[in-house]
Design a binder for this molecule. Structure first.
Ligand code: GNR
Ligand code: NI
Length: 177
């Protein structure tokens, strides 16, 4: 298995609308496994293909405490969302170190293909529902900051750019400087 490089904002690949996967073959299974390994290593509770530079409709998730309940979803679609909403804080591996409160449906029902290409459905609530909605957004080029008010979004993006400048300076600084 291979660790993949996680793309961060403002990488344009994060804004592309992903293409459905035509067939769940060995290449797709390998990518799903590499995505899962990359997600666990990050660490994160979910990862969508565009975050590793691939514009295809693939998502991996594991919200379990012991990191032993992986889900690998091909062409996932939300087929029902609860009218009831919930607000909770979200982060994103593609926007490191910034967090914002996002309103989402409390529960969702999904249809997807599993790694064998079998059509399945899944109903989720709580953190899993939140994570799945966050990941499915990625497949349409949507980031959690897009759900915030413009004022809040601009505040977070200013903070993000400032943090990124600090990170870059650290990386390029000669040792001991
Ligand atoms: O690791 C992650 N944590 C998280 C927390 C709250 C809501 C959504 C997420 S997903 C995020 C990983 C990520 O960026 N997935 O796209
Ligand atoms: Ni994300």
């Amino acid at each position: 298995m291979t660790l993949l490089r996680i793309r961060t904002y403002p990488d344009p690949v994060l804004r592309v609308r992903c293409e459905p996967v035509a067939a769940v073959d060995d290449e797709v299974r390998r990518l799903l496994d590499d995505m899962l390994e990359t997600m666990y290593a990050a660490p994160g509770i979910g990862l969508a293909a565009p975050q590793v530079g691939v514009s295809r409709r693939l998502v991996v998730v594991d919200v379990s405490e012991d990191k032993n309940e992986p889900l690998q979803l091909v062409n996932p679609e939300i087929i029902w969302r609860s009218d009831e909403c919930e607000v909770a804080e979200e982060g994103c591996l593609s926007l490191p170190e910034i967090y914002g409160e996002v309103q989402r449906a409390r529960a969702v029902r999904l249809r997807y293909l599993d790694r064998e290409g079998t059509l399945r459905e899944l109903e989720a609530e709580g953190l899993l529902a939140r994570c799945l909605q966050h990941e499915l957004d990625h497949l349409d080029g949507v980031l959690f900051i897009d759900h915030l008010t413009p004022v809040r979004r601009n505040l977070l993006l200013r903070k993000y750019r400032k943090l990124q400048r600090g990170q870059r300076a650290k990386k390029t600084e000669p040792a001991g400087a």
